[in-house]
Design a binder for this molecule. Sequence first.
Ligand SMILES: [Zn+2]
Length: 246
Amino acid sequence: MKNSKIRAIVILFFSVFLAAVAGRDFLRMRQPEPIYPGQGISEKKMLSDYFSPLRGTNGDTEVYFFEGENPGATVLILGGTHPNEPAGFITAICLIERAQVQAGRLIVIPRANNSAFSHNDPQEANPQRFFIPTPHGMRWFRFGSRNTNPIDQWPDPEVYRHFPSGQKLSGGETRNLNRSYPGKPDGSLTEKVAFAIMELLRKEKVDLAFDLHEASLEYPVINAIVAHNRRRNIFAVSPIANGAIN
Ligand SMILES: [Zn+2]
């Protein structure tokens, strides 16, 4: 056999090997990290229970409920709007595993943008997962992307026009859940997820909602709260606004 043929066969096998390794890692990111719901949970639903077109898509996600014995307000906590900001979704998971509600209702969505957990950002050298030692063994969590997986929503427009404000943003922001509210029932997958979360807010009569984030890597925004102008009175009583956390 000629040398060139041998070289071609070796390169072919090496390419198939590399594709198999990369493909296995890519598929592995579709596997959710385990959550161990605590005794305080009263019910578990799916986001598609509020907007059925999400059922069977990678935008569907788990919703956990805690019902207090006494009447009170309903609070929604969102984690994982940006899965490259682990503090947000780990806080939500800690609540699911530990919270005990005495009055009112607590609703927790740990992976608000479920699709964005299934990949991470190219050329950022981010890990696909990270590990935290606990007294009960090592836990692992995915380190996802800021945006919906292009496998679930593609292609991006050159310019993303936010609905309904008409604000123009760069095309990639069309997959950013945090730029998609109030969402659209006939929009992109990301807009459908935003619409489903709004439906949950309406149907469950949520009084107060928190969307948990973290300063992403190399982005020095810390101890920041974004509050609507009409709700500056609520922001003003928060610990960060009062300097209790720094
Ligand atoms: Zn964020």
